[in-house]
Design a protein around this ligand. Structure first.
Ligand SMILES: [Zn+2]
Length: 211
């Protein structure tokens, strides 16, 4: 297995450890942490730093309201930390989102398959299966999209992403991921806004992706 080279940003990691990430993004971060020793160590350091900061706050130095808000924020528990995953395609947080069952794929055309794991006002979480060498229709984002590779790889204008790598795509990125030729690419993708496809043909796919 090649080493993970694309990690979780500091902002997202901080939001995760303080319990301030929406469910779809929190599952992607938890799944990455179960595959990535580097980010697990970063998350633990961020948690310890948060605790140390709280210890240093003298009771008289902040208003009661501010201290309560901080304690409230710390009480909002992040997802339980998953154990490090050494085998299997789906890390524990993904298995949990799947309800412990294998994926129930829906065909999207071109051999691409999808299973929506959750979709609500917070955003969407889905698994994607892309045959070797196949492109996902070019799209851009109304918000943030986090994509974690669970099997195989994909490449786009931002580089190559293998198992454990996370791509963080903001709304300015127009990208067309292409699955690597070595194996079908299975990804976990979270968005906080519908995807926008550019060309006419993908309009057929859009009602399926737009969730
Ligand atoms: Zn990492």
């Amino acid at each position: 297995m090649t080493a993970i080279t694309h990690h979780i940003s500091d902002d997202l990691l901080d939001a995760f450890v303080t319990g301030n990430l929406s469910h779809p993004f929190a599952v992607v971060v938890a799944a990455h942490l179960s595959l990535c020793d580097t980010c697990r160590a970063r998350a633990e350091a961020a948690e310890m730093l948060g605790g140390a900061l709280l210890d240093r706050i003298a009771p008289t130095s902040v208003s009661a309201g501010a201290r309560d808000r901080l304690l409230d924020a710390l009480d909002r528990a992040p997802l339980p930390r998953p154990p490090i995953q050494r085998s299997g395609i789906f890390p524990a947080p993904v298995m949990q989102a799947l309800g412990g069952q294998p994926p129930k794929w829906r065909m999207l055309g071109g051999g691409i398959r999808q299973q929506i794991l959750s979709a609500d006002a917070e955003g969407s979480l889905r698994l994607l299966y892309i045959p070797p060498g196949r492109a996902v229709p070019e799209h851009s984002h109304g918000g943030l999209e986090l994509t974690l590779v669970l099997q195989g790889s994909f490449s786009d204008s931002e580089g190559r992403f293998g198992r454990g790598d996370v791509e963080t795509a903001h709304d300015e990125i127009d990208h067309q991921p292409i699955a690597g030729s070595e194996a079908p690419c299975i990804c976990l993708a979270a968005t906080d806004a519908p995807l926008r496809f550019r060309a006419a043909i993908p309009r057929l796919l859009q009602p399926l992706f737009r969730i």
